[in-house]
Design a protein around this ligand. Structure first.
Ligand code: ATP
Length: 326
């Protein structure tokens, strides 16, 4: 992998000493392709290639960021990643003046004449959005509704007119930047998240095609759990069914996602334990991973959850681990 190359499952950004701020996503072996993923990928690519920014909106853990990286990888352009942040101002997106450069010319060519000239030039540093628009890179703006509408306003003219307004560069004659035609943008947001998010302006939403994501189908979730833990598919199936049952609990304060399935599967795989009825460790691990998802966090609520889990395990899981030959 080259510098800043990331698998499409990794969302961490690594800045290289070279100063290259781009990411170069590549498909990872753990990335699961199912008909569900393929269909969404094809749809999103069709919209992006038609010049429409794509917005993945859905609850936590529905695979928005992973899909954004996967799709960006298909576009084969460098990727700029921005995480929405309520403290952002538009300068955090586009850049700002970073001081002044002073040029002083002293001309004493004719010894009896001294001419002095001083020029003060402001210096400008591009931030990620500007770099992306200049170079025609792919922008992934993750959880963009964590930034305020005021900060995101700069996107309106980028997405509609293909122009980036850079008031800070007006003095240098570069007040407007024509957006490179290769520029493409993928946004993600969680409309159910209230903490730390901002209402998104209609004008911005109107400039994107929103693909609403829900929890993936069972096949995708099972294959993700298998890929990320190495557990046997039938055991992953039991775990995913248990998590899906907790997802359907009425009046849930929180909803367990594929991350819960991955966590249980990994714990079992690493401990050499199995998703079967008689396994007390399996029961305990499920309870620990899922205990935050019931309606009640009291001791009585936890006993109810534990009983529910016991019944589920009895119904869904085999009595013992199946031997490979079976
Ligand atoms: N196609 C896939 N192949 C393998 N793993 C996947 C796939 N899709 C999602 N995952 C895994 O599922 C988990 C949730 O995915 P992701 O972080 O993309 O969801 P999200 O919707 O962006 O979540 P959040 O809103 O909480 O940030 C991650 O561990 C991710 O690696």
């Amino acid at each position: 992998m080259g510098s800043n190359t990331v698998s499409t499952l990794v969302t961490a950004i690594k800045s290289e000493p070279s100063g290259d701020d781009h990411l170069y996503p590549e498909a990872s072996e753990e990335f699961v392709q199912t008909p569900y993923i393929r269909e969404i990928t094809e749809r999103a690519l069709a919209y992006l290639n038609a010049g429409c920014p794509v917005h993945f909106a859905g609850p936590a853990g529905t695979g928005k960021t992973t899909l954004a990286f996967h799709i960006a990888a298909q576009l084969r352009r460098p990727v700029m990643l921005i995480h929405g942040n309520h403290e952002f101002s538009s300068s955090d997106l586009i850049g700002k003046e970073s001081g002044y450069r002073k040029n002083r010319l002293v001309d004493n060519f004719i010894h009896s004449v001294l001419r002095e000239e001083e020029e003060l030039k402001s210096l400008w540093v591009d931030n990620r959005l500007t770099t992306c628009c200049r170079n025609g890179d792919t922008l992934i703006y993750d959880e963009f509704n964590r930034s305020t509408a005021e900060a995101n306003n700069v996107l309106l003219s980028i997405l509609e007119e293909g122009i980036l307004n850079l008031p800070g560069l007006r003095a240098m004659g570069e007040g407007y930047l024509e957006v490179n035609p290769n520029f493409k943008a993928i946004f993600t947001s969680n409309p159910q998240e209230y903490a730390g998010t901002h209402a998104t302006q209609d004008a911005l939403i109107d400039r994107m095609v929103t693909i609403k994501l829900d929890y993936p189908d069972r096949d995708t979730e099972v294959r993700v759990a298998v890929a990320k833990s190495g557990i046997a598919p039938e055991e992953a199936g039991c775990i995913v069914d248990i998590v899906a049952d907790f997802r359907r609990l009425k009046n849930n304060k929180r909803i367990p996602t594929v991350r819960a399935s991955i966590a249980i599967a990994r714990i079992l795989a690493l401990k050499g334990e199995h998703a079967c009825r008689g396994n007390a460790f399996f029961h305990r691990a499920c309870l620990d991973v899922l205990c935050m998802y019931g309606t009640e966090e009291s001791a009585a609520g936890q006993v109810t959850l534990s009983k529910r889990l016991e019944k589920l395990i009895a119904r869904i899981c085999p009595a013992e681990k199946k031997s490979p030959a079976a």
